[in-house]
Design a binder for this molecule. Structure first.
Ligand code: MN3
Length: 241
């Protein structure tokens, strides 16, 4: 596994790799089996009902067991006849582009990576940001205040047209920025996004993430999500860069 990571993440040419720096094994975003092929559906890090009442049990069951599972299965199937077979997930994400021949890999690799991250970005009751930590300092430096950041992040979530994600990312030099991606694209897809970077925090704004509870009220869901954020995860991702 270690060899694979070193080989896979030694792509010093990409802005994402540059943003990581440090020891090769530290460059991976999620250093564990779920990033290595064949890809597997990770268990939720908490119970289906653990995020109630902000995110309901049925939504979590369907979202994880059906939607995320489908991305994993479809990704493994799409890789069967691909030169990308055997790559770690980050390299697949860096490799996809607009070519329709990699459309299925693009959609499902993004779907797997994004959801794998998404589950870890929430915790029952949320875990508050450490106001004495480096991430908080960087947020205040970049956005002026934490509240301004949160407003801009929620505005980005509300502003995604159709299905997609809003992100807090770190670009080269660990510079923070907020972005949006359509469908299951993400900021690691250097051939597809204007500003590539490392996703630190991401909100899934596909209707499957919130419609049963919040119906058309995406803003309510974004408010709920912010109460559930596991800032320990976000901080550790930022620290690892
Ligand atoms: Mn989803």
């Amino acid at each position: 596994m270690k060899t694979g990571l070193v080989l896979g993440l030694g792509a010093a040419f990409s802005p994402v790799a540059q943003a990581f720096g440090g020891e090769p094994e530290k460059r991976t975003v999620l250093p564990n089996k779920r990033n290595m092929p064949p890809f597997e559906l990770p268990p939720l890090p908490y119970g289906y009902n653990a995020l109630e009442p902000l995110v309901d049990t049925l939504t979590m069951q369907v979202h994880h067991d059906k939607h995320h599972a489908a991305y994993v299965n479809n990704l493994n199937a799409a890789l069967e006849d691909s030169t990308m077979k055997g790559m770690v997930i980050e390299d697949i994400l860096r490799g996809v582009d607009k070519d329709t021949k990699v459309q299925k890999i693009r959609n499902n690799a993004g779907g797997h990576y994004n959801h794998n991250l998404f589950w870890q970005l929430m915790a029952p009751g949320g875990k508050p940001i450490d106001t004495s930590g480096k991430l908080f300092k960087a947020i205040v430096e970049t956005f002026g205040s934490y509240d301004t950041f949160e407003k801009q992040f929620k505005d980005a979530a509300k502003g995604v047209f159709g299905s997609g994600w809003a992100w807090l990312c770190a670009g080269p030099g660990k510079k923070l920025y907020i972005s949006q991606t359509p469908n299951q694209d993400n900021p690691i897809m250097v051939n597809l996004v204007d500003k590539p970077g490392v996703p630190l925090l991401g909100i899934d704004v596909w209707e499957h993430a919130y419609y049963l509870k919040h119906q058309n009220r995406r803003a309510d869901y974004a408010d709920a999500f912010m109460q559930l954020v596991n800032w320990d995860t976000v901080e550790s991702r930022f620290s690892a860069l």
